[in-house]
Design a protein around this ligand. Sequence first.
Ligand code: Z16
Length: 787
Amino acid sequence: MNKNKFMESYIENLQRITLKNFAETSDKDRYFALCDTIMELINQEWRNCKNRTRRSRKAYYFSAEFLVGRSLGNNLINLGIYDEVKEILSEIDIDFESIENFEDDAALGNGGLGRLAACFMDSAATQKLDMYGYGVRYREGLFKQKIENGFQVEGGDHWIKDGDGWSIRVESDSKIVKFRDQTVKAVPYDMPMLGFENEQVNTLRLWQAEPFEEFDFSYFNNFQYDKAVEEKNRAEDITRVLYPNDMQREGRVLRLKQQYFFCSASIQDMVSKYKRYFDHDLQFEDFSKYHIIQLNDTHPIIAIPELIRVLVDENGIEFERAVEITKNTFAFTNHTVLQEALESWPKDIMLEVCPRCFDIIKKLNENLVKEFKEKGLSEEAIDPYRIIRFDQVRMANLAIVMSKSVNGVAKLHTQILKDDTFKNWYKLMPEKFNNKTNGITPRRWLVYSNIKLSNFITEKLGSDDWKYDLTKLKDLEKYLDDEKTLEEINQIKFENKKELAKYILENEGISINPNSIFDIQVKRIHEYKRQHLNLLHIINLYHKLKKNPDMDFYPTTFILGGKAAPGYFRAKAIIKLANEIARVINNDEEVNDKIKVVFVNNYRVSYGEKLFPAADISEQISTAGKEASGTGNMKFMLNGALTLGTYDGANIEIFENAGVENNYLFGAKVEELNEIYDSYNPKEFYYKNEDIKDAVDTLLSGELNDNDSYMFLDIYNCLINPQGGEKADTYFVLKDFEDYKKTHEKINKEYSDRLTWARKSLKNIANAGYFSSDRTILEYAKDIWKL
Ligand code: Z16
């Protein structure tokens, strides 16, 4: 890059888009001008990639969510010009960090699943894999969380109200999407996905819904202005907002419209390009040779009947032939074993949204049933396989029949799919099932967000090859017994903790001690993730410190954060509980030099970038068997935190790679929980264990105040009182409490041996290589996509 040219074009852009003189421009202006300048810089390479890959086999990642976060810093890192641009800006008195903060997170996802899609985009480009992302351009991303009086309050997230510096509207590639009762235009917005220091620029294409005709003049001419506006709104409604539920299916018509909307537009896009560039293949003989579609969970499965529809209805392909093509085109990833998340759509809703797709699904179901009957299966034996049952379309079944691959996202998770969730399917078609353990991109989650550790690693290894092949971190192990290195690791962690402390003081108004242990749990709030186990333990610890002020105890700061789905009362109760515990403890001068509790407001990608580098302990405490993988666990590990975790999801693989002796494993395993499931009685634990009783009773003792919301009673009841046919403590919080507490005591003791701790930290960093999404995406490419 030519520095002078960059500066010149930057200032030119700044003045052109604002019509102001340089000195008069605001930080926001300066941010957007920088986006423009970078977009110009990559334009040539982006076009080159598009041209080069027109006739090549490509993977298409279909996902209702892409949780991209901010792009400025990440793009500069991937272009290899981060330091230079910072310098250029400082030469004209612009502070990079301050303008960086003007970028709103692109929060087009709920949590792990959406962030995984974003990490995959980074890794695919970095590995020079031709992968296209297809999704939805929500006008409002995941709600902004505010905390008022300890309660979560949701606010809007109109992330593009001041513009969108990273997208190009490609009007000419617009598609028409037809619903039963409405026809809309799908307009693509393309975001460049840059490979790390290579020439690759892939595309993330997000569709926005707009009225088919900008203004319906027939209404207008009849003086029906309201009706004309109404039609426009009805179209725009489809992509107005991201549904904020993770792990909970949403049975609304508008949600299915969103899904069908982006799937239909994407399939049409693929087919029309195919016809343009492979114009000799009128019979689509080679379609599946050039396309493989990876379905990110159940959300985009409607793309399956949509492809059949487009082939049959719009291209005259025979039904059976279209089915064959489709079966060779799709692959399906499952992300959860929680039944409440597996989507099924009522027939009526499908008929209301996309009747032709329902027709096709019905036919697929009939063919399947017929095939089973010919094989001699009874009606009953067929039941678990039916795509339609009790007038519900079971999306996972549709995907499994129609895909060439079905995968889980961590070893244990895939095993549970085979043994349990999809066991009938597994018996029938074992060859389809495979595992792809999740990963994270080391560029965003280390190179960009933890510059100090990143530079340190490069210095120690004498090269930055590890950024391209994260398994090279293994070579850090030669420093395991080098005291100087270990001290440096502690020093870097300390610097990061100071920075986080400053940020938390500014944003949460709470002052925390960087010399204390930073124990962090950030993720969506859900009972299975057991934030309430963490909180009950803090309550009990607090009481112990009150009773015994001279207790040997290493000061600890407990940090929690995460959003609750707006309709999930108990998750919101957990947030209120966290804030109430924080209020009581932080205001108690007898203990607040020993423990502090912080609930960080509005946890999101850009907050995570500050939290992961500063953690000593990573809390990964889900009930065994429930967290499909987890990916936050990997971000903490890569940044040198030790995992306090259950034998669940990818934690297991973290323990395997870094050594369980360098982390803190606790709690019951899946097999044990399955065995005791029917006989489990949490009350036994409550009466037998004083600490449990102390913590649980505090929910109702009056010491904590839920402002008459009955929230703490709800948590109390769910732990020990079976309610309305529902068992008590289905997530085994009380069962695991004692072991959790003991493990915390061990951590607290061992932390003071600072060198031994640093050694464990280094062990984790050195063995985090496996969890690069570069490894994951290469496995997809090799085993499933054959790219
Ligand atoms: C989600 O974030 C996940 C699963 C799901 O069905 C829906 C959503 Cl929105 C998460 C899993 O809970 C998590 O364990 C996993 O690491 C992540 O998906 C990516 O696979």
